[in-house]
Structure formats: structure tokens, C-alpha cells
Design a protein around this ligand. Sequence first.
Ligand SMILES: [Zn+2]
Length: 346
Amino acid sequence: MAEQPTAHEPAATTDAAFLRALPKVELHLHIEGTLEPELMFALAQRNGVTLPWPDIAALRQAYAFVDLQSFLDVYYQGAAVLRHARDFYDLAWAYCERAAADGIAHTEIFVDPQTHTARGVSLDVVIDGLEGALADARSRWGITSAIIPCFLRHLSPEQAAQCYADCRRFGDRFVGFGLDSSERDHPPGAFAEVFAQLRADGYRAVAHAGEEGPAAYVREALEQLHVDRIDHGVRCLEDAALVRELAARAVPLTVCPLSNVRLGVVDRMSAHPLQRMLDAGLHVTINSDDPAYFGGYLGDNYAAVREAFALDRDSLSRLAANAIAASFADGARKAELTRALTSVTG
Ligand SMILES: [Zn+2]
């Protein structure tokens, strides 16, 4: 049974209420990965798109992923239903409703421009829809946000450069850029040139590394792409010198526990290296990655690690504080978020 605060207790006296009340920041969330099966089928009908699954039950069966690639195959097929600004609005709004319910105060969402432009959907359509929903979420719930386009690493560095050229006209409507998609055999260093350019242009940089790829990719992302954060990074533990360096530099790692279990990076939550990462002094944050596909949004991820590692309130607060510090929000917003956190944690 879900924990419910009684009428005589303040809201944050149960662990569930405490988690809900923590002002959370999400830093690793692919907006296309929030496409729930019900919305996917509704958009398919609205847009006359035929999906390769006859119904929602069949689609859910296709979620028995064995690795990252088996997920990406489903993910890219699902994204085909997104065609108009209204679709991107509906997608992002549905995520924001979940975010509000989870107590997310600030979110930095990834979008994959190439997934859409390759289908003839212009980036203006994508961004207009997303920005509309994010602006409405800010008005309604006070959730602040940023958009981080990611280059697909299974495509070429030249295609990433073309994507960047298309993105640049949006100026500061994007806070930074990332690198995602199939990690195996796609080392980050191949994208050094476009990352050098975008950093020279004043953008922040992040990259997926050390999820399925080796610890060496984490080092490569730091040394060749000069990223501000590493997305995932769990395999850094295979290189003790790298762990020491990440800890000393307080490089944020955007860890996604439920995703790691669903994609077989670890075989069960209790085997997740989160506790070891915390013990090593790494700047760990908790995130949901592709929640519609991996069985849980941000609140579920916090609850899963609390349960698996018996994390106390101090540890949960530290994870929330790490995410505030690692965000690309400005100083005033970070101070606001920190005050909100202190008011919950005392
Ligand atoms: Zn990811």
C-alpha cells in the first residue's frame, strides 16, 4: 500500500512524501522517450501513420529489450508519429504533467533533431511544439527548463555538423548540445570538431559515455569533447584513475537507474553501482532517460534507488543537491532551487 501522510503529520514525514517534496532537477531525459504507447497510437491515428504493432499490447511486448540497440529500434519507429508542432506540444506537455506530479522544479530535455529532420519534419516544427509546452509548464507549475539537442552518434560527424548548422539559428533557445544513440563502436572523439565549434560559440556540452561503451569513452568525452557533464558514466568504475579524476573535478554524471536495468547494463537494481559511485565521491545525479520505455519517471527512479540501497534522507537530498549544482540554470535559479531544497531538508 502506498504511504499516505495522516492528517496529523506534516506532508514530508513519510519517505514517499519526502521524495515528492524534494525539489528535483532532471538532466537526462529524451523527450522522444516520454512517448507513452497510448499517445503514440493516438498520434498515429491523428496523423494517418501506420505503426508496425497492431495495438498497444503488442507494442508493450516489444519493450522486452535486450540491449540499447533493441530499444533504439522501437524508439525510432515510435517517433515516426510525431509530425506537427501540436504533436511535439502534446508529447512535452504529457511529460510536464508527470514532472509536476513528481515534484520536478527544473528540467533540461534532450531532443534528437536528426530523428525528425530525416523524416522531413523541420526543426522549427519540433522546437515550436516543445517550447510551447515548456512555456505553459512554467506558467502553470513554475517548472523551469532548457532544451539540449543531441547529435546521433550512429550517423556521421559530417551529419552532426549539418545538424549543428541547422540548430545555430535558434541561438540561445538552446543551452547546449549532447551526443546520444548507439554507443558501442561509436567513440565520442569522432565528434570532436563539432563540439569544439559549439563550445567556441558559447554552448554547454554533454555526451553519453560509459553506458554500454567502455570507461575509455568517458575519458575521451572529457578530453576531446570537453563536456560539462557525462550522461550515464556508470562504467567509469572500471578505471580507478578515471574515477579519482571525475571525483576530484566533480564532473556530474547523469545516472539513469531504471534504464540501466531495462537495457541490461546491470541485471537488477541491487546490482547497480550507484552506491559504489556515491562512496567513491562521484557527483551522481538521478534521471529517467526514456521513462515511457523503461518503466518509470524521475520519482520512480528515486524511489527505486532509495529502496534498493536503503538511502536515507541525507543521501536523497545529496542526489537532489548534486542535480541542482550540475544544471545549466543561471545562478539566481540555482540559489532559488537550493533554498527550496533546504526548506524541505531543514
Ligand atoms: Zn540517454
